[in-house]
Design a protein around this ligand. Structure first.
Ligand code: GAL
Length: 415
């Protein structure tokens, strides 16, 4: 309060300085891989320019499973972080508890409603109110291929799953790991949902995954999915178990593996390594899924605070995230595409240009569908139930017959 006693410009300068010093955000996130951290730095730098101090709370672990566990512990201890990276149904769960800050005024002022796709707004808004600021659109049905290995195999990208198996055979013959996969529940789930889409098509994905239809979950099409998963498993290396996704990307980058099925955050790793799309690596939709997009979107939610400085900083963070220039600077590094539909694709590389076009096309045809593995298909309990069955099957602990029996049962029990 001492500055109130001072007069003139000196007082103003000190007061502004103090106000800025009080503004800080503590951000809980899981962006710890090279490409992810580089993208996050764009946001940190932008906020620093606004005078907002950044307290980092990184919790490593792809797809945020560990981050969500850490969050629950913090909230239970009465010490919520100010801002949290969050996905889909988790956002809804926290909104339901009434602990998230209302962003309506900012959203109104900046016209978010006109530029954020309706499918994202379903999760960014709760009960008609904005409670999350979407950063990007990621999607999971991608395949990342080492270009030299592909050329050696004849250069043709696979258009369906049988052509994928043929390409993986060619990689095997080259003496490299055909398919780089990391055995973690969420990664198994990410591969599985791409195979579900490829084998069954978008209507089957909707029935089995989005509607959790018991017959679709235990029927003949799903049998083919599990059989294909078993086949894909035969192309993994022996140390796949537990491996982080970015280490699998590194195998493809280094030419030790031919391909990886992964969301487009993988591109962030290729770019970080100085690789260029079309020259060093090739990005295609997972064979057989062209025309559909399994999306996820990183969003920031703000936990309500009773400190004015923190509230102000939260709004600055949300505002910075929706700035079109930030959407370009961040997403070109991260591998995702903008959450805003009004951002031009000029500054984006060919993979992202394709990604943006795919989002528009899939939205128009009704095949822009939430990724189960990344929180946009079903609430967390159902997602985890699917992961359990898929992982046990992939690891050979249960047969395809058992998986087909257990999957509908486990999903029903989790609902
Ligand atoms: C996703 C998230 C991405 C990326 C990925 C791997 O769930 O949306 O931003 O971080 O996990 O960690």
């Amino acid at each position: 309060m001492r500055h109130f006693l001072l007069a003139g410009t000196a007082a103003l300068a000190i007061s502004a300085g103090m106000a800025r010093a009080e503004e800080s955000v503590e951000v809980l996130h899981w962006w710890t891989a090279g490409g992810e951290a580089a993208a996050l730095n764009v946001l940190k730098d932008n906020l620093a320019k606004e005078g907002v101090a950044w307290k980092d709370m990184p919790v490593a672990g792809g797809s945020g499973v560990q981050a969500m566990t850490a969050l629950r512990a913090r909230v239970t201890a009465g010490d919520s972080p100010t801002a949290v990276q969050m996905l889909g149904f988790d956002i809804r769960d926290w909104a339901e508890m009434g602990v998230l800050a209302n962003l309506d005024d900012l959203a109104e002022k900046q016209g978010w409603g006109n530029v954020i796709p309706a499918a994202l707004q379903e999760f960014s808004k709760y009960d008609g109110h904005w409670i999350a600021a979407p950063v990007n659109v990621h999607s999971t049905n991608w395949l990342w291929i080492n270009k030299a290995a592909l050329d050696k195999a004849g250069g043709k990208v696979p258009a369906n799953i049988d052509e994928l198996f043929a390409l993986l055979d060619a990689f095997k013959a080259q003496g490299i790991i055909p398919l780089a996969h990391g055995g973690q529940g969420w990664q198994d789930g990410t591969l599985w949902e791409a195979v579900v889409l490829s084998v069954g098509g978008p209507d089957f994905y909707k029935k089995a995954v989005l509607e959790a239809d018991p017959e679709a979950l235990g029927g003949d099409t799903m049998r083919t999915v599990f059989d294909d998963m078993t086949k894909l498993r035969s192309y993994f290396d022996t140390s796949f178990s537990g491996r982080d996704w970015n280490l699998s990307s590194a195998l493809v980058i280094e030419g030790k593996a031919g391909a990886q099925e992964m969301g487009d955050w993988a591109k962030g790793e290729f770019l970080r390594a100085g690789q260029k799309p079309g020259e060093d690596f090739v990005c295609i939709r997972f064979p057989g899924t062209q025309g559909s997009v399994l999306f996820n979107s990183d969003q920031f939610v703000m936990f309500e605070q009773d400190d004015a400085g923190k509230t102000e900083a939260q709004l600055k963070l949300a505002s910075a995230v929706e700035d079109p220039a930030f959407q370009i600077a961040f997403n070109t590094v991260k591998g995702s595409v903008p959450a805003r539909t009004d951002v031009p694709d000029t500054d984006f590389d060919d993979c992202a240009k394709k990604g943006m076009k795919d989002v528009v096309e899939a939205s128009a045809s009704g095949n822009f569908m939430g990724s189960l593995a990344h929180g946009y298909g079903q609430p967390a309990a159902v997602k985890e139930a699917v992961f359990d069955v898929v992982t046990q099957h992939l690891n050979g602990q249960i047969t395809t017959d058992e998986a087909l029996k257990r999957l509908p049962e486990a999903v029903a029990a989790a609902q």
